[in-house]
Design a protein around this ligand. Structure first.
Ligand code: I3S
Ligand code: MG
Ligand code: MG
Ligand code: MG
Length: 305
């Protein structure tokens, strides 16, 4: 009996576990006791990051054997009684590309960012917080799940005073299948503008110079690597430029798969593809990332002129 995996069942389980992790993250936030630890000077981790990762990995291991999993946090995974639902997407069976019906787990890597934008989370700016579960196949992203705990099902953001509206939002995609959970959120007044989104917390002169080469009409600085990628996917920005070290493979694998499914592109600032690997020396996107849903080569040429 092979341990081969049907991608739709794996994505279904990831959606179920990410949504359950959203409950965990919201509960920790509402408790007011985040249990912040500093992994490095500018790198916080909270109780929510840990519990979310333990929940997701514990649940996956209860259903799928021999999975190769790379999670952001270094933590023990206690025994779990969670059995995730593998049938949430059964209605999509006919759309699943044949090559994804029986995958050898040794060709897959599951990248988990249990809570992206932890720094923002600790500062109470929770609109950009999300759980990211990406699935790569032979080094390339093939599926991604994003769960946003602190927005409503349309992705509308609300204040803590309106926390009853934090019903949560799931965005998922498999490369080669139609994507139903994203919308075009371009503001009418921004229709003809070039909009760049970039880091709020790690802005540097080098990033400033890169952005000037594109000469945008508008620059949005905000938190969360996943959140910024989702802004490009939903057309709230044209380019996510981050030409510096800082993001890791777990920050980008899930959004990258969703971006590919909608026809977008993610490379390093020189136009080089990212290789998804368990090699510790490749976990960090050392040259940075550039993300677009169109005209990618034009922007790469501008950044390198
Ligand atoms: O919160 P974790 O899971 O550690 O992931 C971080 C990324 O690794 C960083 O690249 C993000 O920093 P930027 O906002 O500069 O992209 C950082 O964004 P933040 O500084 O706004 O929290 C996070 O997305
Ligand atoms: Mg992250
Ligand atoms: Mg994280
Ligand atoms: Mg982190």
């Amino acid at each position: 009996m092979s341990n081969n995996i049907n991608l739709l069942e794996l994505v279904s389980a990831c959606i179920d576990l990410a949504e359950q992790s959203g409950d965990i993250i919201r509960d920790v936030f509402k408790s007011g006791s985040l249990g912040v630890q500093m992994k490095a000077e500018d790198d916080p981790m909270t109780k929510a990051d840990l519990l979310s990762q333990q929940h997701i990995i514990g649940g996956l291991n209860n259903v799928f054997k021999d999975l190769i999993i790379v999670g952001e946090e270094s933590c023990e995974i206690p025994p779990s009684t969670t059995i995730p639902n593998i049938h949430k997407l059964d209605t999509q069976k006919d759309n699943l590309p044949q090559q994804f019906q029986s995958l050898d787990p040794k060709d897959l890597i599951i990248f988990i960012d249990p809570l992206d934008a932890t720094r923002e989370f600790t500062l109470g700016r929770v609109h950009c917080v999300m759980t990211l579960i990406g699935i790569s196949f032979k080094g390339k992203p093939i599926a991604g799940v994003i769960y946003q705990p602190f927005v409503d099902k349309e992705g509308h953001e609300s204040t803590r005073e309106e926390s009853d509206k934090w019903t949560g939002r799931t965005v998922w995609a498999i490369v080669g299948m139609p994507v139903e959970s994203v919308q075009d959120k371009r503001a009418p007044e921004d229709k003809d503008k070039v909009i760049i989104v970039t880091t709020a917390s790690h802005y540097t002169q080098k990033i400033e110079e890169s952005i000037k080469k594109i000469n945008p009409d508008k620059v949005i600085k905000t938190g969360g690597a996943g959140y910024k990628t989702l802004m490009v996917i939903e057309n709230r920005a044209d380019v996510y430029v981050f030409p510096s070290v800082g993001s890791k493979l777990w920050d980008i694998c899930a959004p990258h798969a969703i971006l590919l499914a909608v026809g977008g592109t993610l490379t390093d600032p020189f136009g080089k593809d990212i290789l998804y690997s368990t090699d510790p020396s490749l976990i960090e996107n050392k040259n940075g990332i550039v993300i677009t849903t169109g005209n990618h080569k034009k922007y790469i040429d501008l950044l390198n002129k």
